[in-house]
Design a protein around this ligand. Structure first.
Ligand SMILES: [Zn+2]
Length: 317
């Protein structure tokens, strides 16, 4: 039997956890669904990744209001993916911060990504009608790094290099060694790599590891606490990315039959990573992008709703 397209058959709601990680940092996590980070400064709140719709963002706001009544003034987009950015309007923030590369990607492929992501994973776009027309546009962009002071709380926002996308952004609280990594790091969740730069991603993770975080909020999965668990999260993501790319590159050297390469790589990675959430969702997109990068496409091709379905039929037939 053919698998239902992407995650159209994934309908079960996850349990939300809102927990404090360090003096000013909180994590809104949901058993492998996309996470939101929260920094509560002296005078304002900063939110990292918004959830997919304003209606879903309202639940984040409700949790924030159980611990502070300070205004939510800043939203940081860790990257351009719709599931991270389209809830932004709910916060009424003064500023939406993103890297210049992320702004480029929103301009270039934001509309297609929105249609594609809603089609792939309808459950993650609860009350999709609450999304205002158009896209989420940053009001502040930076090239490499910027620092925001929430009173005495230092918030470093930077683009450490390419990985999950071309514009990946992390948020680092140096005073309490807490890192918000976006989808550059996942924990017990499969990294989505359909828009990735496989050969850059491990180097970028090295930069995150060099910060020596004591707490880390990944893009998906539980928040990581303590040096050992943080390094395990970084190492797990790095291993998946490297093993997948090497397996696809080896396959591409002897065959151009995508279906065959896919079955081989799927079988190989399933043993070690098959228990991570959204494994079956991610694999076709990840293998497609890895094949592109190993052959003719240095930059990820734009996914459209049509290309999604066409690829899925080819690989999952
Ligand atoms: Zn993403």
């Amino acid at each position: 039997m053919q698998k239902a397209f992407a995650s159209q058959a994934d309908l079960e709601d996850k349990k939300v956890t809102f927990s404090q990680l360090s003096e000013h940092a909180w994590a809104y996590t949901a058993e492998g669904d996309p996470n939101t980070g929260v920094v509560i400064g002296d005078d304002a709140v900063l939110v990292i990744d918004t959830q997919a719709t304003p209606a879903m963002a309202q639940d984040v706001i409700r949790h924030i209001r159980t611990v502070t009544d300070k205004p939510i003034r800043f939203v940081v987009l860790s990257h351009y993916h719709a599931v991270r950015v389209l809830g932004a309007s709910a916060y009424g923030a003064e500023h939406i911060i993103a890297s210049e590369e992320t702004l480029d990607l929103i301009r270039e492929r934001g509309e297609q990504d929105k249609a594609s992501e809603i089609g792939r994973f309808p459950r993650l776009f609860r009350a999709v009608e609450s999304i205002p027309p158009g896209l989420t546009w940053p009001t502040i962009t930076f090239r490499d790094e910027m620092t925001l002071w929430l009173g005495k709380v230092e918030v470093r926002i930077s683009h450490p290099g390419r990985g999950h996308t071309r514009g990946d952004t992390i948020v680092w609280l140096p005073q309490e060694r807490t890192l918000f990594s976006g989808d550059l790091v996942e924990y017990n969740a499969t990294p989505y790599a359909g828009d990735a730069y496989f050969q850059d991603w491990p180097r970028t993770l090295d930069k995150l590891a060099a910060l020596d975080p004591l707490q880390l909020v990944p893009g998906r999965g539980d928040a990581l606490r303590g040096r050992e668990q943080v390094q395990a999260g970084l190492q797990g993501t790095r291993a998946f990315v490297q093993e997948l790319f090497e397996a696809v590159r080896a396959g591409a050297q002897t065959s151009s039959d995508m279906h065959q390469i896919y079955r081989q790589v799927y079988g190989k990675l399933k043993v070690k990573y098959g228990q991570w959430v959204i494994f079956d969702h991610c694999m076709p997109f990840d293998v497609s992008r890895a094949y592109d990068e190993a052959t003719a496409y240095p930059d990820p091709r734009i996914w459209t709703a049509e290309r999604d379905v066409q690829m899925w039929k080819q690989l999952e037939a």
